[in-house]
Every structure is written in structure tokens, then in C-alpha cells.
Design a protein around this ligand. Structure first.
Ligand code: GTP
Ligand code: MG
Length: 312
């Protein structure tokens, strides 16, 4: 598995600006992608937020597997001061719940005297600006289905006095465990020039074969499923006419078809990670890091010995 990272300069700037505003907000709304709640959760938030109450919104819940969303809500709320809520922009009732939740977390604020201040932050393309528009009831923030639409912070006052800050989406320097980068690429948080579609489509195919075989059969009219990721891409390519000039399946073409259909929900409601899966991945990544550190230590030791020998 190669490593996918995306941390351009503007994200570094966004992170700095968020840290500056953080002490002046009453509630942090961290927007996660309900299809990848762990991979989309910013590991820098605990340090940045201190004791400020935090609401984790699992957005795009309309695209996620509802049973797994329930598991994630319980998992996220294990952290002190954290409330979690699944939302979808198609459901304005949930959005109203969000405002009530903000009020209950900042109870000492009297909206008429000191408006409560909430900051919305999250990974690129997760739906922050869309949420602001839904809350305001008209378009005040630019949105778009690609990563990196919002370029600077924007403050918006709601009718009830609430002050909301929209922020540019940002990631963090190292997307780890490596699966996180793949899942963020599949769900659309990473600019698509940073990764290879075939690489992430193979990853998605492998996962879907294990976790959502029936959705694959139904969507691509496959009577039986092949065993491997590449065979699955080929089978979909044949069904959907993704052929190259030579007559074989065009893997790039079928890869972007699969990814686009996942993103738009055409395969049904899919979640790419469960608390159980990511807990194991974190353990595995830690072991892999320890092994790498030991190997480096050993290589350094041998190098030092050789240098000493050569000097004699
Ligand atoms: N299916 C679905 N799509 C959504 C939902 N919320 C937002 N979107 C779509 O997600 C895309 C990104 O929305 P934005 O609001 O621009 O996302 P953002 O987080 O502000 O993105 P950046 O400014 O790039 O960080 C848009 O195409 C929205 O229509 C949702 O709940 N469900
Ligand atoms: Mg935005």
C-alpha cells in the first residue's frame, strides 16, 4: 500500500488561523464524514480544543450505513465533553437539533447579550459550507463538490444571535494508518490529482467484496462475485463497457466509474470503517512503526561499527 498525503501550504495556514480563533469560541462543531468517521477526525483537535465543548457531526449520513453510524456515535461520545450527531443536509430537522445542542453546551450565553460563538471545522468537501447555508436559510457560503472550495474564514450571524465561523477544510501532515488516506481519497476529501484512481478503486473493490457483496451484485448485475479486487474491476468494466482500444478492460475508466458511483451513493449506503476495524489498524500501525524504528536503530548501529572499523 502506498502512502497518500495531502497537506499543501493553505492547509497549514488554515490550521494556524483556527488555532488563533479557538480560544474565542464557545462550541466547536467538528464535521466528520459519516462514511469514514475515524479517518475524517482531525487528530489535532483534542490539543487545539482544550476543554471547549465539541460537537462531532457525522455528515452525509444519507450515504453511510445507518447501523455502523450508530456504533460510531457511541464510540465518539466516550470522550469527555463530546456530543455526536448524525446529520444529512436533506434533513433540516437534524440541523435544528444541532442548534439546540449548541445552546445546551454553552448555557451561560444569553443570545441577546453575548451571542454564542460556534466554529465549524473539518476535512475538505465534508459539507461545512452547505451546513452554514442550511442554518442561515440562504446561500451565504460558496459550496461545491470538490475539495478546497472555501479559502478563508467567514463569520455569519444567525437570526437567533448565534455567531458561526465557516473555515477552509484542512487535513494533517501524515494520514495514518495508511488506510485513512485511501478512504479519504475514495470519499472525496483529497484533491484527485494527488492519487491514482486505479489504486484507490482496487482498495475500494477489496473492501466492498468483503463488506458489501450484495450491493455489488445488485448494482452491477453480477450473478457471482470474483475473489480478487482486480477481477472485480474487470467484471464491472465488462458489464459497463469500459473497454480500451485494444478490446481489454480500461482499468482507469472503470476505476473512476466505481469511485464516482460510490461517492454518489449509487451502490447504496456504505461505511468504510467500523470502530473495530480502526482500533485494530491503529494497533497494527503502532507495531509497524516500532519495527521500523528498531530496524533503523540496528542499521545505524551497523553503520557506526563499520565507520569505526574503517578508521582503524
Ligand atoms: N449526500 C450529501 N451530500 C452533501 C451533504 N452535505 C454536503 N454535501 C455535498 O458535499 C459537497 C461539499 O460541500 P461543501 O459544503 O462545499 O463542503 P465544505 O466542507 O465546505 O468543503 P471545503 O470548503 O472544500 O472545505 C457539495 O457537493 C454538497 O452538496 C450531505 O449531507 N449529503
Ligand atoms: Mg467550504
Amino acid at each position: 500500500m502506498s502512502v497518500i498525503n495531502w497537506f499543501p501550504g493553505h492547509m497549514h495556514k488554515a490550521r494556524k488561523e483556527i488555532a488563533e480563533v479557538m480560544p474565542h469560541v464557545d462550541v466547536i462543531i467538528e464535521m466528520l464524514d459519516a462514511r469514514v468517521p475515524f479517518s475524517s477526525e482531525n487528530p489535532l483537535v483534542p490539543a487545539l480544543r482544550g476543554t471547549t465543548p465539541c460537537i462531532k457531526l457525522l455528515n452525509k449520513a444519507d450515504l453511510a450505513d445507518p447501523a455502523i453510524t450508530e456504533l460510531w456515535i457511541a464510540e465518539l461520545e466516550k470522550t469527555q465533553g463530546v456530543k455526536a450527531l448524525p446529520v444529512s443536509q436533506q434533513n433540516p430537522e437534524q440541523i435544528r437539533q444541532l442548534l439546540q445542542m449548541c445552546e445546551s453546551l454553552a448555557p451561560e450565553k444569553n443570545a441577546s447579550i453575548h451571542p454564542a460563538r460556534a466554529m465549524i471545522m473539518g476535512i475538505p468537501n465534508v459539507g461545512k459550507s452547505t451546513l452554514i447555508n442550511t442554518l442561515v436559510g440562504r446561500v451565504v457560503a460558496k459550496t461545491g463538490n470538490e475539495a478546497g472550495i472555501t479559502k478563508s474564514q467567514q463569520k455569519i450571524k444567525l437570526d437567533n444571535g448565534f455567531l458561526l465561523t465557516d473555515t477552509p477544510g484542512f487535513l494533517w501532515p501524515k494520514l495514518t494508518p495508511p488506510s485513512c488516506g485511501y478512504r479519504l481519497a475514495i470519499t472525496g476529501a483529497i484533491k484527485d490529482t494527488v492519487f491514482d484512481y486505479a489504486d484507490i478503486a482496487l482498495y475500494a473493490a477489496e473492501y466492498l467484496l468483503k463488506a458489501y457483496p450484495e450491493s455489488l451484485k445488485e448494482r452491477y448485475k453480477l450473478e457471482s462475485l470474483p475473489e480478487s479486487d482486480i477481477e472485480l474491476l474487470e467484471a464491472i468494466g465488462v458489464k459497463r463497457g469500459c473497454t480500451s482500444k485494444g478490446g481489454g478492460v480500461d482499468i482507469q475508466k472503470v476505476s473512476s466509474l466505481l469511485i464516482n458511483e460510490i461517492r454518489t451513493g449509487l451502490l447504496g449506503r456504505i461505511t468504510f470503517e467500523t470502530p473495530e476495524i480502526t482500533t485494530q489498524e491503529v494497533i497494527d500501525a503502532k507495531i509497524a512503526d516500532e519495527i521500523k524504528a528498531k530496524e533503523k536503530e540496528e542499521a545505524d548501529r551497523i553503520r557506526r561499527l563499520k565507520t569505526r572499523k574503517n578508521r582503524r
